[in-house]
Design a protein around this ligand. Sequence first.
Ligand SMILES: [Zn+2]
Length: 118
Amino acid sequence: MKDPHVHAEKTPVPGFGHAAIRSTITEATGLVPSLPKTVGTGCRLRRPIAMISTAPEKITCLVCREWAREEYLTWAGMARAAAKLAEAEPRSAAARRRPPRTTSAPRSALTARFEVIR
Ligand SMILES: [Zn+2]
């Protein structure tokens, strides 16, 4: 019997699995890479890429949905903790200002092409 459910792809980071890589390569180059046609899912099965989703409302497999919920909550918690650390540390990379641009440096021809003409 054919499996009618939409599953969640099991990835190290939610949303960055084989399906996302395949989509990115296809959009960037216009070529379809020869990656596996099936992927591992949250319910420990291998299913075709066409039958997976990263959108929680589209996942109909209950085991995958519960697995994805826990993964998304875990990564959201880690992102929240990282944001708190960045805000608490004033010299963090996120708060660091870019060094001022030196005006004496010669401009390349490529840089000049992006200058706005007024
Ligand atoms: Zn599943």
